[in-house]
Design a protein around this ligand. Structure first.
Ligand SMILES: Nc1ncnc2c1ncn2[C@@H]1O[C@H](COP(=O)(O)OP(=O)(O)OP(=O)(O)O)[C@@H](O)[C@H]1O
Ligand SMILES: [Mg+2]
Length: 303
């Protein structure tokens, strides 16, 4: 049995397809997540990120493979795993506040109504939804506001594993920055583990301990695990001064623009897939610097 907090083992997802009879979205996905890690996954639209997240949540079942959390196979949803869905998924008949208290009550059935409400309001205030907005129904909110309710709901239940599917996609840049920082504070102050999907490479670098890179489907796979060795606490202003930031950014952009298409998940051997490449760009950087010094030495000798 795996010792990691979360272990994804040989996950494969096939769906019936009207065109080809069967679509293998991804095949033999393997990765581990340690307790307290902040992991993001990036890859092109349709490669299967949301499908993986739903399997981690226990809301979907993969065609084969397993997800093990704290030594137990995930089968069905649990309050230990809180999800912010790509499409927000709020209960339309409940107010904003009730959408959050509903979740808090399930998590803490022994709490008083007052306690539940105060706790829910704390998280709604955190995402900037108070002063009467909390009484509105989801249909009376903007897309960005709905997304914030969904974030408040997931954070308020304080799950062991937070699963976030593009949680900041519908937010303006300012709100996005504020909520990213709140997320980092919550994460740093608890021992929560975060698994997040994003399309934004800067957001991924700023937030993550590790970024998983997924190749394009069909037969998509987790090709690499890129370690973000930039020390914490990070700030938006200082992170861009770190030369490693650009090394990582270029690596991610290069993956998304060319390598993600070139990696053929079907052709790749099972052994490769079982152990996605670990990439530490600080090492690559020193290798490059050493190679450069060698060239300079040779040039010096030749001259
Ligand atoms: N229930 C389903 N039945 C059939 N095909 C599905 C089903 N769910 C997802 N798919 C297909 O699986 C593939 C992956 O979908 P998924 O939503 O996981 O992608 P994604 O990586 O999250 O994309 P995006 O970045 O656009 O959100 C897509 O081709 C999609 O059409
Ligand atoms: Mg998705």
């Amino acid at each position: 049995m795996s010792k990691a907090f979360l272990s994804v083992e040989g996950l494969t997802q096939k769906f019936p397809s009207p065109e080809t009879g069967e679509l293998t979205v991804f095949e033999n996905i393997n990765f581990k997540v340690e307790k307290g890690e902040f992991i993001t996954i990036i890859g092109h639209s349709g490669c299967g990120k949301s499908t993986i997240l739903n399997v981690l949540a226990g809301l979907d079942e993969a065609t084969s493979g397993a997800v093990i959390m704290e030594g137990k196979e995930v089968s069905g949803p649990s309050l230990d795993r809180g999800v912010v869905f790509q499409n927000y998924s709020l209960l339309p008949w409940l107010s904003t506040l009730s959408n959050v208290t509903f979740a808090v009550e399930s998590r803490h059935p022994d709490w008083s109504k007052e306690q539940v409400k105060d706790h829910a309001m704390k998280y709604l205030e955190l995402v900037g939804l108070s002063g009467g907005v909390e009484q509105r129904k989801p249909s009376q909110l903007s897309g960005g506001m709905r997304q914030r309710v969904s974030i408040a709901r997931a954070f308020a239940t304080q799950p062991k594993l937070l699963l976030l599917d593009e949680p900041f996609g519908a937010l303006d840049a300012l709100t996005r920055g504020t909520i990213q920082d709140e997320l980092l504070k919550i994460w740093a102050g608890t021992n929560q583990t975060v698994f997040m999907i994003t399309h934004d490479v800067d957001e991924a670098i700023y937030l993550s301990d590790r970024i998983l890179l997924m190749s394009n489907g069909p037969y998509a796979t987790v090709a690499e695990s890129v370690e973000i060795e930039i020390p914490r606490p990070r700030s938006r202003a200082s992170i861009v001064e770190d030369p490693l930031y650009y090394e990582i950014r270029n690596h991610l952009v290069h993956f998304l623009t060319s390598r993600s298409k070139e990696i053929d998940g079907k052709a790749q051997s099972a052994i490769d897939k079982a152990h996605p490449n670990v990439v530490r760009l600080s090492e690559k950087k020193s290798e490059r610097a050493a190679a450069q010094t060698d060239i300079e030495k040779k040039n010096l000798k030749a001259s």
